[in-house]
Design a protein around this ligand. Structure first.
Ligand code: MSP
Length: 518
């Protein structure tokens, strides 16, 4: 793959104080779809995920659980790794911030920032939220139900007073604004970009980047009473994984990252702090950060105290992996908040997967099986309608690519379903079952057009639903080596005469039991 265009995509690294839930699954899944798409589209891809293991939050959770922070981290990091496997995530690396490679990279980054005069020792006095692992200014705080001060996220805050190293963020306002200006796509969606711009235009304060009141963190070089602020530590994972402090080789190949995928709650860390740290270290800022929305559960905010946390493994067991992957990418315009509900899940699963796509494939493949000797049929001259159908299928790659380059997963899927619905309409109008006796040659042509359309759909479904798409492609006898997108051309269309295996349904319906329907 040397010389291939590269694509480096990252998920946030997940805090190990918590079990994986739907929010984590969502971010990782979105990155997986992109990574798979890019690989099939000829890119060399690096897809990174992992766990964020230091900081006061993890230290406190470990204490509450009667574990050492390392033991808690080991246990929960394994849960995240396992979730990635259950979701069939195709990550190339899994980073843990307690690994020696990361500690070394972080300390090198710190030293570089010190050498460049970007970090100096001072004294911090102000508000800190352990839950958010974030500092807040007095005027950002809101009043809680008992009049107590809370972070703007609703998290408790405490007054912190200790010696601390500071990163001179206040000096980066102009350079950050110049970076946003020079790369209009570096923050998406647009509304999030506006949010960041107005935050930075409002002025930046220096940032406390070390703590002395606890020890679960990476020691500051030459001053081990201090541990690094967990966000400086965490953000650096993106360059650790490509070999920093080496800046040749792998680093040069992958950096700047093409995309950091994040939730809207951690936008500021990725679009203000992170590019400032990088620029201060003489490194390039990322190409793009996309902030997606949050899921609610049946209309309610998801929270441990409410007890409505959605376990992605439970969803997979109940509805099927590809059904869950499809739902999460289709249900909500990517970037917006969305609501999970059993009804919505079953609706998508039964109407779009089982009825629309599943039925199309099943009808076409079983007609070919019964009427064409279980071989790809011969085709004759195209009618205008055939051409229109094939044209729609051939145009799909470009549309899907365009949507995914902007992380618009829902638009990519909608474009595919426009073709699925068109193909179902075409079957109904052409009624190939009636042609068997009257015009078998025309029946062959119609079924070929449909099978070729199904090939395009199944190929493009691979990043979203890898297992189901593979089963469909198997049923079309497409060899494993011919499933990348260079094969989506008329030249590589289905060859008449190729034997096809017995068709099998790929998208089962969800049958409600009475209790579930109730
Ligand atoms: N450790 C930091 C990230 C450091 S990246 C250098 C962190 N971890 S987290 O585990 O709390 O959250 C990880 C991601 O999960 C965030 O992108 C967050 O937006 C996402 N989600 C958490 N709950 C969510 C929903 N209910 N819905 C969608 N995504 C949500 O932040």
């Amino acid at each position: 793959m040397d010389g291939a265009r590269t694509f480096y995509v990252t998920t946030p690294i997940y805090y190990v104080n918590d079990k994986p839930h739907i929010g984590h699954a969502y971010t990782t899944l979105a990155c997986d779809v992109l990574a798979r798409f890019k690989r099939l589209d000829g890119f060399a891809v690096k897809f990174l995920t992992g766990t964020d293991e230091h900081g006061q939050k993890v230290e406190k959770s470990a204490e509450a659980a009667g574990l050492t922070p390392q033991a808690l981290a080991d246990m929960n990091s394994a849960n995240f790794r396992e979730l990635a496997q259950r979701l069939e995530i195709s990550n190339d690396d899994f980073i843990r911030t307690t690994e020696p490679r990361h500690i070394a990279a972080c300390q090198a980054l710190w030293q570089r920032l010190v050498d460049n005069g970007a970090i100096t020792l001072g004294h911090y006095e102000g508000w800190y939220s352990v839950r958010d692992e974030a500092f807040y200014a007095e005027d950002e705080l809101i009043a809680g139900p008992q009049g107590q001060k809370l972070a703007p996220t609703g998290a408790p805050v405490e007054w912190v007073k200790e010696p601390s190293y500071f990163f001179h963020l206040s000096q980066w306002q102009e350079k950050l604004l110049a970076y946003y200006e020079a790369s209009p796509d570096c923050i998406a969606p647009q509304s999030r970009r506006n949010e960041v711009l107005s935050f930075v235009k409002g002025g930046l304060q220096d940032l406390s980047v070390s703590r002395t009141s606890f020890t679960w963190g990476i020691p500051v070089p030459n001053d081990p009473k201090h541990v690094m602020y967990v966000w400086l530590d965490a953000l650096a994972n993106y360059i650790t994984a490509i070999g920093y402090p080496e800046t040749g080789g792998e680093y040069a190949r992958w950096w700047p990252a093409d995309l950091h995928m994040v939730g809207k709650d951690i936008l500021r860390f990725h679009t203000v702090y992170w590019p400032a740290f990088l620029m201060a270290a003489g490194l390039e800022p990322p190409r793009r950060v996309f902030a997606h929305g949050w899921w609610t559960n049946e209309g309610q905010k998801i929270s441990k105290s409410v007890g409505n946390v959605i376990d992605p493994v439970m969803l997979i067991e109940r509805y099927g992996l590809d059904q869950v992957r499809y739902f999460l990418m289709r249900e909500v315009p990517f970037g917006n908040d969305g609501d999970y509900s059993h009804r919505a899940m079953v609706g998508r699963m039964n109407s779009e997967l089982a009825n629309d796509f599943g039925n199309l494939a099943q009808r076409v493949l079983s007609m070919i099986g019964k009427n064409c000797g279980a071989q790809v049929p011969q085709h004759g001259e195209w009618t205008a309608e055939d051409r229109e159908m094939l044209g729609a299928a051939h145009g799909l790659l470009e549309t899907v690519r365009g949507a995914l380059d902007r992380q618009l997963f829902h638009e990519a899927l909608e474009a595919m379903w426009v073709v699925v619905r068109a193909a179902n309409g075409y079957v109904d109008r052409q009624a190939p079952w009636g042609l068997k006796k009257t015009d078998p040659a025309r029946m062959g042509t119609v079924l070929w057009v449909l099978a070729e359309t199904t090939r395009h759909l199944a190929m493009l479904a691979q990043p979203f639903m890898p297992g189901s798409a593979a089963r469909l492609l198997d049923q079309l006898s497409i060899p494993e080596g011919e499933r990348s997108f260079v094969f989506l051309t008329p030249k590589h269309a289905l060859k008449p005469g190729v034997a096809l295996p017995a068709p099998q349904g790929v998208f089962p319906r969800f049958i409600e039991t009475e209790a579930e329907a109730g």
